[in-house]
Write a protein that binds this ligand. Structure first.
Ligand code: CA
Length: 232
């Protein structure tokens, strides 16, 4: 039976979700603030966490960030309020798997829950999936947003996947920093080329056998980066 933790401070929402999820056959545990939620996640094994963003004591973002820092890969679906648009992006970068915006329909939430749980269970199947691509020491599935180093799942943010995907699509060709900025961040966000470099550093830590001497994502001096496909 799948065990789900709901971290939500609003009693009506918390208990309503509990009833409905139990009715669907899930085992449900509850926490009403960020600290309690975090402690429960650290002390128990859940299949999924529903995490409200605006929480007393510790925000959903901080819970998410801390959980991922500790290497816990339990799927997290954020419950965001309307108008927290920017927060959703941030949430995914902090390692959340999905989000729903309040007010959401039960049907929508159940569909997301099933999809996220299925993604986790498909892993042994996924590793033989034709969507899997070997990049450096990792096996990447861009459609499932998964990265594995052998049996171990490697946490990569949404943005890291997007950058890697773009480099992969243009493999063996030089991609400039400006191109990455436009393609990945778009014009309404304004990070600097330094941001791009930081993301590349993070990707190298995960992909390269020796991140100090990159063989896969190489620097093209004065221009940008090139992903070398060693499979051909
Ligand atoms: Ca709340």
């Amino acid at each position: 039976m799948h065990k789900i933790l709901i971290v939500e401070d609003e009693p009506g929402m918390r208990l309503g979700l509990k009833d409905n999820l139990e009715f669907e056959g899930y085992q449900v545990d509850l926490a009403e603030d960020g600290i309690t939620g975090l402690n429960k996640i650290l002390d128990n094994k859940y299949n999924l966490i529903l995490l409200d963003v605006m929480l007393p004591q510790l925000s959903g973002f901080d819970v998410c960030k801390t959980v991922r820092k500790k290497g816990i890969i339990t799927p997290i679906i954020l419950l965001t309020a309307k108008g927290e648009e920017i927060d959703k992006v941030l949430g995914l970068e902090l390692g959340a798997d999905d989000y729903v915006t309040k007010p959401f329909s039960l049907r929508e939430l159940l569909a997301r829950i099933k999809a996220v749980l299925r993604r986790g269970e498909d892993f042994p199947k996924n590793s033989r999936n034709e969507n899997n691509i070997s990049i450096g020491k990792l096996v990447i599935n861009f459609s499932a947003y998964t990265a594995f180093d052998g049996e171990e799942q490697i946490q990569m943010s949404h943005k890291e996947f997007e950058i890697l995907n773009y480099l992969w699509k243009n493999r063996n060709n030089t991609v400039s920093r400006d191109e990455l900025l436009t393609e990945i961040w778009g014009y309404n966000e304004a990070p600097t080329t330094r941001t791009v470099d930081n993301f590349i550093l993070k990707l190298r830590q995960k992909i390269e056998t020796d991140p100090n001497h990159p063989q896969i994502i190489v620097t093209v001096h004065g221009v940008g980066y090139k992903l070398i496909d060693l499979n051909i």
